[in-house]
Design a protein around this ligand. Structure first.
Ligand code: ATP
Ligand code: MG
Length: 807
């Protein structure tokens, strides 16, 4: 029939087809990794639109990351000639931001409210604790932050939190003070975005009913990782709230998820939302997808075998018709450093064999593991991009620049004020700042407004700072975003400061990159040099709008809208944001991916958590050691190990064609050398799918030179000898076809105990210029040197790859 012969629906299997073409009803799709859940959601949106069942404005789709939202929009615009502008597709945070921007007055926020990221939030809490003399040993700011975030995730304001003892009463009091501080300063944290928009829907019937009528189709990806508040928000939009309308007549909520991929319990995610959803929405359509389209057999077998060790499962099967493919490659190295070298060699070979760099992903359990890998990639001049972690927008110099920009926009933003009042240093001391804080607290005003009341020289210094901000604000009025940033970098003194700072070169480059990021933002969001305003509707998502994409009939969208008198005063106004505010919002929401230049083909580095939903041809999972992965915090707790196992399941199932697993006998972490046993997860993988590899030209002997014999000993004693030949002498291939699968030959490199360097020597490096050797470590191919470069500061370099000349 016409419906199923649509080209959109070709290549779907029967279960997928059923899910895509479900009638307007509530449904749960529960299926394992790579079974096409996300594809089904995207195709369903396209199918609904194509058949005129809904207008773009009637769609609300929630994805887990900004990256996923962008991918969905890109895919949709390739499937259909539509204008994706009206569609609400984004993360919970992105969508709530969009919602609050449209209704800021009703949400009791300033039109230019700013978003605190976790770092800002922590410093806001520290400031508060200092101000109220709260003992930070008894109430560590990080714990308070978690407490506040937890309350918000449960939808609780300070007054609603039950407190039975002195300790919890104090915490609730701090939560209350923190809320007041944020409100005064016009800032919201991530949890607040969610809670504030939930409350607005709950408490404002016209708004609620408007959106309930508008969003006919709500689709949620990665449903297993929604928290209580997010689920409540969905219920509110779907008319399942306190005032339960008829449960969305003619509308539908489709949730897709995989209980085996629930990895955010520590952030309040509730797998139980799935069962609640089925019950509370009276879900009659539950669909399972059991065929995996992503990975070859050996990869899938490994994932299935691993996850079968978990006891708390809803139970699903996954199979593939793709054949076994290559075996999963396993590598043991002597040190984290050798692991990084091996990784770089493999990447080189993969690229030489035609793999695109962006199809190679390096996954690790904790952010701290990326540094060694990054420096190896950097030394080898391989472009890479880090997702998450120390994101571009979180670097100190960028945060300083953003703080000035935020103050231009909102002088009462005390977090930003504190950050830069004496940066670059201008002789405003801690005593002066305390004095200012006291005055402001006493009169309940912002720091900015308190300045005029500070007497004497201190007051004059502060006054000069505020005057500087005022001048910048005047000078930047009517400027483009680029001009604003350039002016601020200059007049704030930041540029000058880093020019004279000995480690300042990198930071100056990052500041220059900020201008680029702004430029990219402006062109991406599609407002030209002369435009100074960005429609609210364009926030939170990346809207690609080709002239060809305007074709879809929008009349249905107009019909969807209630008549003006039904609307609350500022309902969906055409309010606009300045490019500056839009950019600052973007900076807070977006995980900056700016290491490699935009568009450059780069190796992808990320934590396992942020890899969810993504896929790559080749995946490396490194640092597979007990205490690292599974994480040490989880080792003594069965529930914790199950969550780590789900994480490992997510990691394995990211790979399409080739999967590498590696562990190292020693590792430098947080400044200490650790001797770790290999991960217990190795024992849960099927022998038949694995193959042990060793790099050809890297002598085992040279890797374990003098003084390192004990490494293999440490490793040998682990894992009950299940694979006795694994460690120590273990670099033997276990399968008969070693030749075929041996890792690609590595070009012979000088094994160099003869690097001839000594500490104190002066050296020259092509990229970093002149420097002085400070320390030497390791032998042979593992040798590394710490060098203090005159212009680039202290760096660790691998002597087997870094081209250094003694001068
Ligand atoms: P995850 O649980 O990791 O998020 P998923 O269930 O969302 O996975 P998708 O990302 O939607 O899975 O699909 C995995 C891969 O399989 C994608 O490359 C997708 O295009 C492909 N795929 C899905 N269904 C089919 C199909 N019927 N035919 C061919 N390829 C398919
Ligand atoms: Mg998915």
């Amino acid at each position: 029939d016409a419906v199923s012969s649509s080209p959109l629906l070709q290549n779907l299997n029967p279960e997928q087809l059923a899910a895509v073409t479900l009638p307007a009803t509530h449904a749960l799709i529960l299926a394992g990794a790579g079974s096409g859940k996300t594809r089904v959601l995207t195709t369903r949106i396209a199918w609904l639109l194509q058949n005129g069942y809904v207008s773009p404005g009637g769609i609300l789709a929630v994805t887990f990351t900004n990256k996923a939202a962008k991918e969905m929009l890109t895919r949709l615009s390739s499937m259909l000639p539509i204008n994706v502008r009206g569609m609400w597709i984004g993360t919970f945070h992105g969508l709530c931001n969009r919602f609050l921007r449209a209704h800021y007055k009703l949400a009791n926020l300033p039109s230019t409210f700013q978003i605190l990221d976790t770092q800002d939030q922590l410093s806001a809490i520290k400031r508060l604790c200092k101000q109220f003399g709260i003992d930070d040993e008894r109430f560590p700011p990080k714990d308070l932050m978690r407490f506040i975030a937890g309350c918000k995730e449960d939808g609780l304001r300070a007054k609603d939190v039950p407190a039975h003892d002195e300790n919890s009463r104090k915490k609730v009091e701090i939560y209350d003070l923190y809320e007041q501080q944020c409100q005064r300063e016009g800032v919201v944290d991530f949890g607040e975005l969610m809670l504030r928009s939930y409350e607005l829907l709950r408490d404002n019937a016209p708004i609620r009913e408007h959106y309930q009528r508008r969003f006919r189709h709500i689709l949620i990806d990665e449903f297993q990782d929604t928290n209580k508040l997010q689920y409540a928000w969905i219920k509110m939009l779907a008319g399942q709230g306190a005032d339960a309308m008829e449960s969305m007549p003619g509308g539908s909520v489709v949730a897709v998820g995989d209980d085996d991929q629930s990895i955010y319990a520590f952030r309040g995610a509730r797998v139980g939302n799935m069962a609640d959803f089925v019950r509370e929405f009276n879900v009659t359509h539950q669909i399972k997808l059991e065929r995996n389209y992503r990975s070859f057999g050996n990869i899938l077998d490994s994932a299935n075998a691993l996850i079968s060790h978990n006891t708390q499962r809803l139970g699903k099967n996954l199979s593939t018709e793709a054949g076994p493919g290559e075996p999963v490659r396993v590598y043991e190295s002597a040190s984290d450093f050798a692991e990084a070298q091996w990784f770089v060699d493999e990447v080189r070979q993969l690229v030489r064999d035609g793999t695109e760099r962006k199809e190679i992903a390096l996954l690790y359990r904790s952010n701290a593991q990326s540094r060694v890998m990054e420096s190896a990639l950097f030394n080898a001049s391989i472009p890479y991009r880090v997702y998450g972690g120390l994101r571009f927008f979180e670097r100190a110099e960028i945060k300083h620049a953003l703080a000035y920009l935020r103050l231009l926009d909102n002088p009462h933003d005390d977090t930003s004020f504190m950050r830069v009042v004496n940066f670059p240093p201008r002789g405003i001391g801690a005593r002066t700042i305390e004095q200012l804080q006291d005055i402001s607290n006493a009169s309940g005003c912002s720091l900015h407004d308190g300045v005029s009341a500070v007497p004497g020289k201190a007051g004059a210094n502060l006054g000069a700072f505020v005057a500087k901000l005022d001048v910048m604000r005047e000078q930047t009025a009517g400027c483009t975003l680029r001009e604003i940033i350039e002016l601020v970098l200059k007049h704030s003194g930041l540029e000058e400061h880093y020019k004279t700072d000995k480690d300042g070169q990198d930071r100056l480059e990052n500041l220059a990159e900020l201008v680029n990021a702004a430029e990219a933002f402006v062109s991406q969001e599609g407002f030209g040099r002369d435009a100074v305003a960005l429609p609210v509707d364009e926030l939170g998502v990346n809207l690609s709008q080709s002239p060809a994409s305007q074709g879809l009939d929008m009349s249905a969208a107009v019909l969807d809208k209630p008549s003006p008198e039904q609307l609350a005063p500022d309902l969906e106004t055409g309010e606009t944001l300045s490019p500056l505010v839009a950019f600052l919002t973007h900076a807070a929401l977006e995980s900056g991916d700016n290491q490699a230049q935009a568009g450059q083909d780069a190796v992808q580095l990320m934590t396992v958590h942020s890899s969810k939903g993504l896929e790559f041809d080749c995946v490396f999972i490194t640092g597979l050691e007990d205490g690292i992965f599974p994480h040490e915090n989880a080792l003594n707790d069965a529930g914790g190990i199950e969550e780590e196992r789900r994480l490992m399941y997510v990691a394995i199932t990211r790979a399409r064609k080739r999967l590498y697993l590696s562990h190292s006998q020693t590792r430098m972490l947080h400044g200490q050398t650790r001797y770790n046993l290999k991960s217990r997860f190795f024992d849960e993988l099927p022998e038949s799918a694995l193959k042990w590899i060793t790099p050809r030209n890297r002598g085992f002997a040279s890797g374990l030179g003098s003084g390192s014999g004990n490494w293999s000993g440490a490793s040998n004693s682990g894992s009950g000898g299940a694979r006795g030949d694994w460690a120590g002498s273990g670099f033997h291939s276990k399968s008969g076809n070693a030749e075929r699968f041996a890792s690609p030959p590595v070009p012979a490199q000088k094994s160099a105990p003869s690097h001839g360097l000594k500490s104190g020597m002066k050296v020259f490096h092509a990229k970093f210029g002149e420097g002085k050797v400070q320390m030497l470590e390791g032998t042979g191919d593992d040798a590394r040197a710490q060098i203090n470069f005159t212009r680039h500061g202290v760096k660790w370099l691998a002597l087997s790859v870094a081209k250094l000349t003694v001068i």
